[in-house]
Design a protein around this ligand. Structure first.
Ligand SMILES: Nc1ncnc2c1ncn2[C@@H]1O[C@H](COP(=O)(O)OP(=O)(O)OP(=O)(O)O)[C@@H](O)[C@H]1O
Ligand SMILES: [Mg+2]
Length: 217
């Protein structure tokens, strides 16, 4: 992640450039669970199938597509979530290798991760509620973060901001949606248990999932 001085037209003074290097081309084994639920943001089944084949064969075209698709995916998900009222960095632009987005932080320092913040009790309880509300909004827009934890939440201007979204999955088609949702939610509730708040992540996740399945979200 690079901090960049922004063009005034963007409306920001600083921007974050998240550059996708080969380390983002995780092994196919670890990508597979995420790729399964990807169809709805890509256009056309045939294109999807030939892209999947290229990726599976690990051809040069496949590798290029894979890193391009992670970048594109993160950009599209950021846009979708912002429309859904989830607090995420504002997406500004995207190339084949990088996403340019609002920088959370100021000239002096970057916003800390939730993990590193010692919150006072009322703030902790508010943060937890806001994050569970964000998970619900994500699901209402058909998405599950898939790697949500106190590492991927930044604390900026006194609020929690969700980051790191390229692996977000489509809840409607992913075979392990419920399990991924449970993992995301319990990662959060386990963190907030240190503030003495009940660690009821499984119940929360299951309630959300059943509301989602009933079309009642
Ligand atoms: N918009 C942003 N504003 C400020 N800092 C950011 C922003 N996006 C990312 N960062 C910083 O860069 C780090 C890595 O970003 P991110 O989690 O999106 O990428 P990653 O490649 O998955 O990295 P990691 O494996 O460390 O989680 C974050 O933990 C955060 O400290
Ligand atoms: Mg991360």
């Amino acid at each position: 992640m690079f901090v960049c001085r922004a063009h005034p037209e963007t409306g920001f003074s600083l921007l974050a450039a998240k550059v996708y290097r080969p380390r983002h081309e995780r092994g196919f084994r670890s990508e597979a669970p995420y790729l399964e639920g990807r169809s709805s943001l890509r256009s056309g089944r045939a294109r999807e199938r030939s892209a999947t084949r290229a990726i599976e064969r690990r051809s040069r075209a496949g590798k290029a597509l894979l890193s391009e698709s992670w970048v594109r995916r993160e950009y599209e998900v950021l846009r979708r979530l912002q429309r859904a009222g989830v607090r995420v960095p504002h997406p500004v632009a995207c190339t084949e290798q990088a996403v340019l987005m609002q920088y959370l932080g100021d000239e002096q320092e970057a916003a800390p991760r939730l993990l590193a913040e010692a919150l006072a009790f009322p703030a902790a309880s508010r943060f937890r509620a806001e994050l569970l509300d964000a998970v619900e909004r994500l699901l209402r827009s058909g998405l599950i973060h898939g790697d949500l934890s106190p590492y991927n939440v930044l604390v900026f201007e006194g609020r929690p901001w969700i980051i790191d979204l390229p692996q977000a999955v489509d809840a409607a088609v992913h075979p392990d949606g419920r399990a991924l949702l449970r993992r995301d939610v319990t990662n959060l509730t386990r963190h907030f248990a240190r503030y003495g708040i009940a660690d009821d992540g499984l119940e929360c996740a299951d309630a959300l999932w059943s509301a989602y399945e009933r079309g009642a979200l």
